[in-house]
Ligand binder design. Structure first.
Ligand code: LLP
Length: 416
């Protein structure tokens, strides 16, 4: 459920007409719904009420400060993967003791920054990283609480680019190496192993792969505890999918029920790192049609949003529903919705049945709240879109539209 709904043929973001926001703030424009964010967080988090747990929202999905602040207010912890994300989480007022740090390539300065902050746990992905954290923590006189990220070799049955828990992926440690790594971690100075972690992929539409991974992690965890590793946290990562088109992912309540059953009587605190399921359907991208163009083989709607604003269709061939902001009731036509960027991969939809669109009309690209703005770029020297957060009748500019000056602000003019 989300709060982008049509009233008499006109799209609203909560109580505000989307067309009004576009008129006021321009396009392309990201709009997020606060009520949807709260609802999604609460639906997810409460699904685990029966278990000791911590929901660490995955910052990479949507890292706008207003979004992070709203989720922190709801009680969310955060899953971060960089010093930049740590900075954002802290700036949004997140309790450092609710922050877990994942990622295969943590740099020394980032490790130092996280240790100085006093985060809850590092999810460590290699022996080299373990040794490095130990060295830095010892030098700083700190103790790093760590989990090892296990690669359970489970097929999440999702797009190959976002599968992360298979043998061939760069993530985590395989079971054999993990055992050695835990033994090593027990001896290393400045390291205290407190958890076990995995994340098998993103946009999963069934529970089975999660349960398969959980089963492997739990039995491995039991083995570790029997050997005296004092595990307190079991982090199962993120990955629960959403409906973009016709997918039917499990509801968070079903997900919670299944995991709770599997973890009944288990002593560890469950950590979850949801991203997409919280923010994906809480955001839309609004764009204006600039031209329409018919060629002998195809009809195009050329819009002012492009792959630099929303790269998912170009990168993963992802489907995003597209609809008119004001329904005109015209007959449908099969079109490609494309941006102005000089690449044929610059499309938002291909071969889509849409009512005939005229230049100047607005379209909404749905399910754009996750991995939309965060993956945007300045390609073709396009200033990045503004982001608006709507809460009931109120809209705030959560991020200003970039200007041409912003585009060149960090560069120097090398011409004498
Ligand atoms: N935890 C870790 C360690 C992750 O790597 C990720 C996502 C998450 C949690 C959150 O996963 P989620 O609940 O959002 O599925 N750009 C791609 C998605 C990449 C996901 C990367 N890792 C897309 O647009 O589909």
């Amino acid at each position: 459920m989300n709060h982008f709904t049509y009233r008499q043929g006109e799209l609203f973001a909560e109580n505000i007409p989307v067309a009004d926001l576009a008129a006021r703030h321009g396009t392309p424009l990201y709009i997020y719904s606060a009520a949807t964010l709260r609802r999604h967080f609460e639906a997810f988090d409460s699904a685990f009420d029966g278990l000791p747990h911590l929901t660490c929202y995955s910052v990479k999905a949507n890292s706008n400060l207003c979004v992070l602040g709203l989720l922190a207010e709801c009680g969310a912890g955060m899953d971060i993967v960089s010093g930049g994300e740590l900075h954002r989480a802290l700036s949004a007022g997140v309790d450092p003791q609710k922050i877990v740090y994942s990622g295969v390539g943590k740099r020394p300065a980032e490790i130092e920054q996280a240790l100085a902050t006093g985060i809850l746990m590092f999810n460590v992905e290699s022996m080299g990283e373990l040794d490095r954290i130990s060295a830095i923590a010892s030098r700083m006189g700190k103790t790093a609480h760590i989990a090892l990220r296990i690669n359970p070799d489970v097929d999440p049955k999702t797009h190959p680019y976002i599968s992360t828990g298979m043998k061939k992926n760069k993530f985590g440690l395989d079971m054999d190496n993990s055992l050695r790594a835990y033994e090593r971690a027990m001896d290393l100075p400045g390291i205290e192993p407190v958890g076990i972690d995995c994340h098998i992929g993103s946009q999963l539409t069934s529970i089975e792969p999660f349960l398969e991974a959980l089963d492997k992690i739990v039995s491995f965890g039991d083995k570790l505890m029997a050997r005296g590793v004092p595990l307190r946290y079991l982090d199962l990562g993120g990955g629960l999918g959403i409906t973009y088109n016709e997918e039917e992912p499990p509801h968070p309540a079903q997900f919670g029920e299944a995991l709770s059953a599997a973890l009944e009587n288990h002593p560890m605190t469950l950590i979850l790192e949801p991203g997409r399921v919280i923010v994906g359907n809480a955001g839309i991208l609004v764009t204006e049609a600039t031209y329409t163009k018919s060629t002998p083989s195809k009809d195009f709607v050329i819009v002012d949003a492009a792959m630099n604003d929303l790269v998912r269709p170009a990168l993963y061939d992802s489907y995003h529903a597209i609809g008119e902001v004001k329904k005109h009731g015209r007959p449908e036509k099969n079109v490609d919705v494309v941006g102005p960027i000089c690449e044929s991969s610059d499309f938002l939809a291909r071969g889509r049945e849409l009512p005939e669109i005229e230049p100047g009309e607005l379209l909404a690209v749905f399910s754009a709240g996750a991995y939309g703005f965060t993956m945007s770029s300045n390609y073709n020297s396009r200033p990045r879109a503004a982001e608006i957060l709507v809460d009931g009748d109120v809209a705030v500019v959560a991020r200003k539209r970039e200007t041409y000056e912003d585009l060149i602000a960090l560069e120097r003019d090398c011409i004498e």
